[in-house]
Design a protein around this ligand. Structure first.
Ligand code: NMX
Ligand code: MLT
Length: 442
């Protein structure tokens, strides 16, 4: 059985060769025209970044190394296959796929699970830092703080300062990345305990359990099979959404300055904490509960839901959980989480889950009539929070932290690839309005 590091070592030379060929044969091939609208419009659609783990198609949604979510559900090992209990994709399996492009065997996933368990305990100084933060500080700010502080022990930073060769940069980057992914659950659980007084506060790790079974135990859900498997699916499919989203792009940008994985991912978390990005899942729940109060739950009429949607739009707010910068169809991650709800009676019968599903039928029509958003369909955040809520995780300022455990699965493998491929510091050209005008006149 291969270790993940051995599997990555096999892939690196292939990727280096592929890049060399691409440069030699196609360096001058055009990838489209850049217009002033791109410069003013958040660079939407510009192909300016290499990202190996996943590609997002505006119609069919995300694929991870060419595999859709249903494909991944079929081929990636689940907990049942490694001696645990559960049918959903294990985040360890997704991490392996994202890093290597290969489907791991159950034995390889088991080995990775054990490696993560062995590295999951937090050093004392990190526990002290988290414990010193005010309970009122948003959990995402706490998360980013603790992740950044782990750079105290970065193997990459240490290696770099001791003159590590460029060809070897990817090795300690991978070590740091695995170490960080292993520790994210314990950081997240300690924040949960400190802020909400839930979980046992110990963040104990059982080496026979997978990453999310351990995390669930830490936050007080160790006996809840439905929640554990939901968290596995949630964390696996939020892992990567190609490179241009704010969190992934931030990790790549900060990493391009050769900041280590802890610093790069801490920055990514701060981007994820914005309401138009990851914080939308917190926003959705607050909004959906207010709607439930105003119009009723699963039994609410279409008319009442429409009225509520219009009141949100007329007050100048966005409908959280709807729209997307790239997608032009319902998000397949939304579909996967909705399908999960159908498999479990406790979710099928939930008033808030039913309301969220009903809104997803009604909102596209209202948003089309409103006429602003380019995509009137639900994104993943429309569905993710109501399930947590139904399982009793009602503290919605915590929801984006769970997204934050997940995004590392995609952002950190790309950082490893960036180092293996010797990607340069990212430094696009900016322009002032005056210089733009002068340039256009030329
Ligand atoms: N409700 C109301 N208006 C919207 C919505 C929405 N859900 N989505 C977009 N619009 C508006 C948008 O504000 C913009 O208005 P204006 O011209 O006045 O600035 C207009 O429609 C055109 O925006 P788009 O080009 O369709 O969207 P853009 O690519 O700029 O932004 C989002 C994408 C996702 C930021 C945007 O759709 C949004 O704000 N959605 C709600 C928040 C959300 O669900 N975010 C989660 C994204 C997924 N994630 O996990 O990160
Ligand atoms: C994501 O998962 O990062 C979001 O859907 C946002 C995006 O892709 O732009």
């Amino acid at each position: 059985t291969k270790s993940l590091k051995e599997a990555v070592a096999e892939v690196v030379p292939e990727k280096q060769e592929q890049l060399k060929k691409l440069k030699a044969e196609h360096a001058d091939a055009p990838l489209g025209e850049i217009t002033v609208s791109h410069l003013l419009g958040g660079m939407r659609g510009l192909k300016v970044m290499l990202w190996e783990g996943s590609v997002l198609d505006s119609e069919s949604g995300i694929t991870f190394h060419g595999k859709s979510i249903p494909d991944c559900q079929k081929v990636l090992p689940n907990a049942d296959q490694i001696g645990g209990k559960g049918k959903e994709i294990l985040p360890e399996s997704m991490l392996w796929l994202l890093l290597t492009g290969k489907v791991p065997t159950p034995e390889e996933v088991k080995g990775l699970s054990q490696e993560l368990a062995a590295k999951g305990k937090l050093p004392d100084y990190i526990e002290k830092i988290i414990d010193s933060l005010p309970k009122t500080l948003h959990p995402m700010t706490q998360f980013a703080t603790a992740v950044a502080a782990l750079n105290h022990d970065s193997k990459f930073a240490q290696g770099y300062s001791q003159g590590l060769k460029k060809a070897d940069y990817w090795k300690p980057t991978l070590d740091d990345s695995i170490d960080l992914i292993a520790k994210l659950p314990a950081i997240a659980a300690r924040i949960y305990y400190n802020v909400f007084g839930l979980g046992d506060g110990k963040q104990a790790i059982d080496s026979s359990k997978d990453l999310i079974a351990n995390y669930s135990e830490m936050i007080g859900y160790g006996d809840n099979e439905g929640m554990i498997d939901y968290l596995r699916l949630y964390i696996a499919i939020h892992g990567d959404h190609e490179g241009g989203n704010v969190s992934a792009h931030t990790a790549h940008l900060v990493g391009s300055a050769l900041s280590d994985p802890y610093l790069s991912y801490s920055a990514a978390l701060l981007g994820l904490a914005g309401p138009l990005h990851g914080l939308a899942n917190q926003e959705v729940l607050g909004w959906a509960l207010a709607m439930q109060e105003a119009v009723g739950g699963g039994e609410a009429s279409e008319e009442k839901i429409k009225e509520y949607l219009w009141s949100t739009l007329k007050s100048g707010r966005v409908v959280p959980g709807y729209g997307h910068a790239v997608l032009r169809q319902p998000d397949p991650r939304f579909t996967a989480l909705s399908e999960f709800c159908k498999t479990r009676p406790e979710l099928r019968d939930s008033s808030i889950v039913q309301l969220v599903q009903k809104v997803s039928q009604v909102a596209p029509g209202v948003l089309k009539e409103h006429g602003k958003t380019k995509n009137p369909f639900p994104n993943v955040d429309a569905a993710s929070g109501c399930v947590l809520y139904q399982y009793g995780l009602t503290q919605f300022t915590y929801y984006t932290v769970i997204f934050g455990i997940s995004r590392a699965l995609g952002a950190l493998p790309q950082l490893v690839m960036d180092r293996a491929l010797g990607m340069p510091i990212e430094r696009p050209k900016s322009m002032s309005m005056d210089s733009l005008k002068a340039f256009i006149k030329k």
